[in-house]
Design a protein around this ligand. Structure first.
Ligand SMILES: [Zn+2]
Length: 233
């Protein structure tokens, strides 16, 4: 095998790893955001449940106050009833008292409904709290893992980039340019020729190209895709 081809294959191997590591670094912030969004969504659910519970309590309290106001009024009517001497007024106050008592019963029934809702909501808040706690723990672990991965990948990448630079210094500048361009555009720059077929584009090459590749005396490109060919099986 041509020494240049050997060097290019090592370089290509490192470049593949560098590419994979760079992709991992690109994905990491997305993974982080996904985890953070999951946590935010769970917290929002908890907040919504708490808010709903609060609203129910406000409504219940309103009915309670309304009922209490009616009770206060009844107490006043009772006093007035025993102060009046007019039978008509006495009767009118009695009617008012009955009306208010009916109102209070209706208010209390509605209040009971809100109390039922409050019980259900309390359970829902408790479930949401447990969920939020579990997700928080899970997300914290995920974020720690992601941070550790970023550190480790960055360190590996730095090492490989240094190694890559050293490998590249031993190569002809034009050849290195061609290699780098092919690798960036086609994914692979140096591919084997197998059964007279370029393993990059899977097209048959000319006999002349086959002969040149087998001769192993010069850098040969696939005439279809331009990739650098070396003798395979
Ligand atoms: Zn090809």
């Amino acid at each position: 095998m041509l020494p240049e081809i050997e060097k290019l294959l090592v370089l290509q191997d490192r470049d593949r790893t560098i590419r994979t590591l760079r992709q991992e670094l690109q994905v990491a912030p997305l993974e982080r955001r996904e985890s953070e969004e999951k946590l935010a969504a769970t917290n929002a659910q908890l907040d919504a449940a708490k808010q709903k519970a609060k609203e129910i309590e406000v409504e219940r309290k309103k009915l309670e106050n309304e009922a209490q106001a009616k009770r206060d009024s009844i107490a006043k009517f009772q006093t007035q009833k025993f102060q009046t001497r007019k039978n008509e007024e006495f009767q009118a106050l009695n009617n008012e008292i009955t009306r208010y008592e009916n109102d209070i019963r209706a208010l209390e029934d509605r209040e009971l409904g809100f109390m039922d809702d409050a019980e259900k909501m309390k359970a829902a808040v408790s479930v949401a709290e447990q969920q939020a706690k579990a997700v928080k723990g899970q997300v914290e672990r995920q974020l720690a893992d992601i941070a550790a991965k970023i550190d480790s990948v960055s360190a590996q990448l730095k090492e490989l980039e240094t190694e890559r630079a050293n490998l590249a210094t031993g190569l002809d500048e034009d050849l290195l340019d061609t290699f780098t361009r092919l690798f960036a555009n086609k994914g692979e720059a140096v591919v084997p020729l197998e059964h007279e077929t370029c393993m990059g584009c899977h097209m048959k090459v000319t006999t002349q190209t086959v002969v040149k590749v087998k001769g192993q005396r010069e850098i040969v490109h696939c005439e279809q895709c331009g990739r650098i060919l070396y003798r395979g099986e």
